[in-house]
Write a protein that binds this ligand. Structure first.
Ligand SMILES: [Zn+2]
Length: 252
């Protein structure tokens, strides 16, 4: 791989990661009403929550609490209309619990998907870190060649015939210059890499100190990232996140 590729690789990768983070956090799905009137833009989860029992959408309503306030809850529309006539479970979910379940699911999914730190570390080890092994091999080859030339000189001296081995000397000395050049090139490459290695360590530190976990329910981000939330039963909520496996949150 050419030197330029080696040097720019982790930076490119880092930029891609940054771009992806920016894309995820800044993009929002349009806050418009679709043909079914599903999303008013008012609540991120509107139209995305479905009942695991009957498949009907969940709707946000408010309950009066005992202090005279309002508590938002999500309920199966079928259950709201028909009571327990057709389906028995379709549990009512407090909105704060629902939001927390979605946040937990996104953290779980992104921990797996965005294992940025380990991806970067592997990239550095595999691609950027200079290959000391190759230098050692070249140096061993060089020593072997020198010994071979020495042996050949001894032999020609003993036989008192210097022209007999001309072709052999030529071959060995060509090989020796080739390997010497390889060594010089490799050493140059190692010193050129030193600076970019330092840069990459700075980037790694930055990544290391970044907390990728979400802790608040960001309406736009949720709207952008979530495909569906299924209220499986009173203990489990299944969250399908775009481009990720579904995550089941227990005891929400
Ligand atoms: Zn239902």
């Amino acid at each position: 791989m050419p030197v330029e590729d080696k040097e720019s690789f982790p930076v490119c990768r880092f930029n891609r990661v940054q771009t992806e983070i920016a894309r995820r956090t800044s993009l929002r799905k349009p806050s418009t009403v679709d043909e079914k009137g599903k999303y008013s833009g008012k609540y991120a989860l509107t139209g995305l929550v479905v009942c695991g029992e009957c498949g009907t959408a969940y709707r946000r309503i408010t309950w009066d609490d005992k202090n005279g306030g309002k508590v938002p809850v999500w309920r199966c529309v079928n259950r709201l209309k028909n009571g327990k006539k057709f389906f028995k479970c379709s549990p009512t979910v407090y909105e704060d619990r629902l939001h927390q379940a979605v946040i937990d699911a996104m953290n779980q999914a992104f921990d797996v998907e965005n294992d940025v730190k380990s991806v970067l570390r592997k990239s550095i080890q595999n691609v950027l870190l200079p290959d000391g092994q190759r230098l050692t091999e070249h140096e061993k080859k060089k020593a072997d060649l020198r010994k071979e030339i020495g042996d050949l000189l001894d032999r020609s001296f003993k036989e008192n015939d210097y022209t007999k081995y001309d072709a052999e000397f030529k071959r060995l000395s060509d090989e020796l210059s080739a390997v010497s050049k390889e060594i010089t090139d490799e050493q140059e490459r190692l010193s050129e890499c030193a600076e970019s290695i330092a840069n990459v360590h700075d980037i790694l530190d930055e990544i290391e100190n970044t907390d990728f976990r979400l802790d608040t329910f960001d309406e736009a981000f949720v709207r952008h990232s979530i495909e569906q939330v299924t209220i499986v039963d009173k203990n489990r909520i299944k969250v399908k996140i775009s481009h990720a496996e579904s995550v089941v949150i227990e005891n929400y």
